[in-house]
Design a protein around this ligand. Structure first.
Ligand code: PLP
Length: 422
């Protein structure tokens, strides 16, 4: 398996320096291009991140030299493919400090991780009248699976409200926990607001009542150290493409004792130990939840992405992105007519804003003409927009390859919006 390019990107202490970031940017070929005649400023990292060369190389290497199905062949290519696929799993285990690599289940992404738990765990352990608690700032993928289950078996969804700044009302959360609560499923970092939720406290309060907790780490895992044991979580899920890996691959981590109790989510090849017409015996975890030929290249690419992030250091990434976000928030606050949506004290690199004078899509179009890629819309979090009584925001979301110069370009782009729309 291709590891990182061996360059630890400068000193290993403190936030990344401008030189470190300049070196890092060279690992991302896509960043070096003009869009509408202007240098690309890629600020849509919460939607998906760009891919560094080691990830692209790991995927190409698999297809160029090792392509074969996994876990099935005795021939050399199949052995190599299986080894690299499993090396990826072990890299992910280490990255999130999971106790055992059998608890790392490859899925398509966060959406599938949440659906797997709702479908398998929910159908087995929930009954009519039971309650699942989520926050008011969930992505639709942590709302709709529970709603579908609600229609099917009659569970009730409880929603923790949040302040205008975007901070959860923890007293309200505590008062919702009761003998009917079967699961708490919360987002670690909100994609729409940037809020980093106090997941350890959320877990502690749930566990005090024997209630398991699922964490949607789609937006936190690319930006900060995530340690499932320190957090105390029971399930955690994330997407490869938001953490510099490929699309179509992600991870569900779950405590082995819970996963062992859960029925398969999909069925077919790989997830079985033996099949007769009378009876099928399921395979052990993680294979029980990995029916069919998986995204082998994706898993290998994700392993390479994890190694790339480890080489830079998640603490340094977090420190750099915090400074960049604070700089951006200050610059945006100086512009009259721009309202920052999501100002929690503890938040990540998301600058979500609203302008009365122009629709978010028009702002996005003007920024694109300046070479600036941002996301506009409801960000798959319509209840968050409803909470602020706005239809949409413009969201600039940051990565460690972004720079203060790029924030300045964004500010200049907004000046252009004001010239056009007032
Ligand atoms: N959860 C959060 C917080 C997200 O931001 C996203 C994607 O934007 C998802 C879940 C869904 O991720 P995916 O589309 O990769 O499954």
């Amino acid at each position: 398996m291709t590891a990182t390019n061996g360059d630890p990107h400068g000193s290993s202490y403190g936030a990344l320096t401008a030189d470190d970031v300049a070196r890092i940017r060279m690992d991302f070929p896509v960043l070096d291009q003009l869009i509408n005649g202007k240098p690309l400023v890629y600020l849509d990292n919460a939607a998906t991140t760009q891919k560094p060369r080691p990830v692209i190389d790991a995927i190409s290497n698999y297809y160029l030299h090792n392509n074969a199905n996994v876990h099935r062949g005795v021939h050399t290519l199949s052995q190599r493919a299986t080894d690299d696929y499993e090396v990826g799993r072990e890299a992910i285990r280490r990255f999130i400090n999971a106790p055992d690599s059998s608890e790392i289940i490859y899925v398509r992404g966060t959406t599938e991780g949440l659906n797997l738990v709702a479908s398998s765990y929910g159908r087995k352990f929930f009954k009519a009248g039971d309650e699942v608690i989520i926050t008011g700032m969930e992505h639709h993928s942590n709302i709709v699976p529970w709603q579908i289950l609600g229609k099917e078996i009659g569970i009730r969804l409880r929603v923790i409200p949040f302040t205008d700044q975007g901070e959860l009302l923890m007293d309200e959360y505590e008062s919702m926990l009761n003998e009917r609560t079967r699961l708490v499923s919360v987002v670690h970092q909100s994609n729409a607001l940037g809020t980093i939720n106090p997941v350890s406290s959320i877990v502690e309060m749930a566990h005090a009542r024997g209630i398991p907790v699922m964490i949607d780490a789609a937006q936190s895992i690319p930006h900060m150290p995530v340690d499932v044991q320190a957090m105390g979580a029971d399930f955690l899920t994330f997407s490869g493409h938001k953490m510099y890996g490929p699309t179509g691959i992600g991870v569900l981590w779950g405590r082995a004792d819970l996963l062992n109790e859960m029925p398969p989510y999909q069925s077919g090849g790989e997830m079985i130990r033996s099949v007769t017409y009378e009876e099928t015996i399921y395979n052990v975890i993680p294979h029980k939840f990995e029916a069919g030929t998986p995204d082998i290249a994706g898993a290998i690419g994700l392993g390479a992405a994890v190694e790339y992030l480890e080489a830079i250091g998640m603490d340094r990434i977090a420190a750099y992105e915090q400074a960049l976000m604070r700089y951006g928030a200050e610059r945006l606050a100086e512009i009259e007519g721009v309202r920052l949506i999501g100002t929690a004290e503890n938040r990540g690199g998301v600058l979500s804003f609203y302008m009365e004078s122009a629709h978010a899509h028009d702002i996005g179009t003007i920024l694109d003409a300046e070479g600036i890629a941002v996301r506009t819309g409801h960000h798959c979090a319509q209840p968050v927009m409803a909470r602020y009584e706005i239809p949409a925001t413009v969201r600039a979301s940051l990565s460690f390859y972004n720079t203060t110069e790029e924030i300045d370009a964004l500010i200049k782009g907004i000046d252009r919006v004001i010239e056009v729309f007032g």
